[in-house]
Design a protein around this ligand. Structure first.
Ligand code: GLU
Length: 553
């Protein structure tokens, strides 16, 4: 077989040489040790937590080293593509504070190593595909899906390895004339890699998993599909070489095809990037056991069963960006929590992330843990920042509340400072969505009574207490003077000022100060559980406090 002729026959339109193409992607001018990383999501419209998990690793590696982090759209599977998916990717990444130095933009490209959408790079892949054919390392295959099915069934029946290889790789031996005849007959073809006859082992040093020893590739896998678009394997090799990725961070589902990638880099004569295969995200699930009870199992997060797999979930729930980062950093590096305790004020971006501290067993996504991290994160944030982030979320997801936050900015800022100071600051806010619910009592527009007044206190007594409170309360009093007054009315009306007195002799009292303050709290906030009454009253202001109490007189 004359490989040059075969190559010319298959790629009549390719005029460039591989050197020509490589010259268009000059060596990046970066400081020593700078890492070049990327994410390569497919534009399927579904972007998940695993994408963000990998993006954070890649972003950290690049930006901690003064390198480059870029976005490549892996759109080789046109069937799965949905319109607007690139925008979704960019917007979700931006929501979580992940920004690219270069890569695909909504309608174009930013950077010198593009285009950053794989389908737009078809011409580039063809140059290298042609070169492989010229070297005798790739060949066209005209087998139909039906023929491949027959082969697979035979292999399965014989308990043999399935796939296109060795004796089963029938198109390997087509003559130039046969190829020509097939092409003239308009038969569709794919381009296959010609695997070496001998199978050995490959050694790859995965930056997360350590030394990996695997059998070398023996499959004549597909490089170009019948529409001329590359497979992931081929596109990955060409792109990560030309775009000069130094680290490839991707899910462990790609481990199995690593031998193909190693074979391709070797065939091209290129040094492969450093591979980092990340663990799949898992969750604990409760399932029935054999004895009619329940047991917990660790399983992969599933798109169908677990809404928390989708990044859209965190956006819709208004989980604060910083909380999601901190949560993922705790999954990524075992020492993150320790670092956070030692550096309570620092930005998570100051954390020295390292690949060495990565675990390669499935990372556990625990939403309760995320909630706890969120509470801490929001609690640490100055009120102005909470206001800014919360209103940005409302603007998109809760316009009515956004209007309230805009109309009552000063009151909101004051409200956000309630319970903030002191040794044990309150951790009321978990997410922006929950904040709209939790903070609703501050605004007359959304205020609602959610809890009942204590039933130990009859209506007449309650009214009397409220009346006396309004008569005696000094709205400019400090907290201790305010409380002294509440205690005075409480005692005067036959309630125990000390809850423990009431506990000991309930028959001697109408109730205790717990009941009287609860009535106030419910009148003012609608809830039995709410922040400090005196602080809340200061935010609401005298008119509002009066109105809310007078309503019950
Ligand atoms: N398109 C691949 C995926 O979505 C990217 C894998 C990689 O980063 O190389 O899994």
């Amino acid at each position: 077989m004359n490989h040059q002729q075969l190559a010319a026959l298959l790629f009549p339109d390719v005029t460039e040489s591989r050197e020509d193409v490589e010259a268009r992607f000059p060596k990046r001018d970066l400081p020593e040790g700078a890492k070049v990383t990327r994410i390569g999501p497919s534009p399927t419209g579904f972007i998940h937590l695993g994408n963000l998990y990998n993006a954070i690793i890649a972003e950290r590696l690049a930006h901690q080293s003064g390198g480059v982090f870029y976005l490549r759209i892996e759109d080789t599977d046109q069937k799965r593509e949905v319109p607007g998916a690139v925008e979704t990717i960019l917007r979700s990444m931006a929501y979580f504070g992940v920004y690219f130095d270069e890569g695909a933009t909504i309608d174009g490209n930013k950077g010198d190593y593009g285009p950053y959408r794989q389908r737009q790079r078809a011409g580039i892949y063809h140059v290298f595909a042609k070169w492989l054919v010229e070297q005798g390392m790739a060949y066209p295959c005209f087998c139909t899906a039906e023929q491949l099915d027959v082969t697979r069934e035979r292999q399965q029946a014989n308990k043999e390895l399935t796939g296109y290889y060795g004796p089963y790789a029938t198109c390997r031996n087509l003559s130039l004339e046969e190829v020509q005849a097939n092409l003239e007959a308009g038969k569709p073809w794919v381009l296959r890699f010609r695997a070496p006859e001998e199978q050995g082992t490959i050694l790859v040093n995965d930056a997360i998993r350590g030394a990996l020893k695997m059998p070398s590739n023996n499959m004549d896998f597909v490089l170009l599909k019948s529409d001329g678009i590359p497979t992931y394997h081929f596109a990955h090799c060409i792109d990560d070489h030309l775009m000069q990725s130094t680290y490839v961070i991707r899910g462990e589902e790609w481990l199995a095809s690593l031998p193909m990638h190693v074979a391709l880099f070797e065939a091209m004569g290129w040094e492969p990037p450093i591979f980092c295969h990340t663990a799949t995200l898992m969750k604990l699930d409760t399932v029935p056991d054999d004895n009619g009870g329940e047991k917990q199992i660790k399983r992969k997060l599933s798109k169908r069963k677990d809404p928390e797999l989708a990044l859209a979930y965190y956006q819709q729930e208004g989980i604060c960006q910083d909380a999601v980062w901190e949560f993922l950093l705790t999954l990524l590096n075992s020492n993150y929590e320790e670092w956070r305790i030692a550096n309570p004020e620092a930005s998570y971006l100051e954390f020295p992330y390292t690949l060495e501290k990565m675990s390669n067993s499935g990372a556990l996504v625990d939403l309760e843990k995320l909630d706890n991290i969120s509470k801490d994160v929001i609690c640490r944030m100055p009120a102005e920042e909470v206001y800014k982030k919360w209103s940005a979320w409302c603007k998109e997801y809760n316009p009515d509340f956004y209007a309230l936050l805009t109309d009552y900015k000063d009151k909101t800022l004051k409200a956000l400072n309630v319970g903030k100071g002191g040794k044990k600051p309150r951790k009321d806010l978990v997410s922006w969505k929950q904040a709209c619910q939790f903070m609703s009592f501050y605004y007359d527009e959304t205020f609602q009574r959610e809890d009942e007044f204590p039933e130990q206190v009859d209506e007449a007594t309650r009214k009397e207490f409220f009346r006396r409170y309004l008569e005696s309360n000094d709205f400019s009093a400090d907290q201790s003077a305010w409380f002294a007054n509440v205690k005075a009315i409480t005692g005067d009306m036959g309630f125990a000022v000390r809850p423990k007195d009431y506990k000991k002799h309930p028959e001697d009292y109408k109730g205790s100060i717990v009941h009287t303050t609860n009535m106030l709290r419910i009148a003012l906030t609608g809830r039995a559980n709410a922040p400090d009454i005196w602080e809340v009253s200061n935010v609401l202001g005298e008119d509002c406090v009066r109105a809310r109490i007078e309503k019950w007189l």
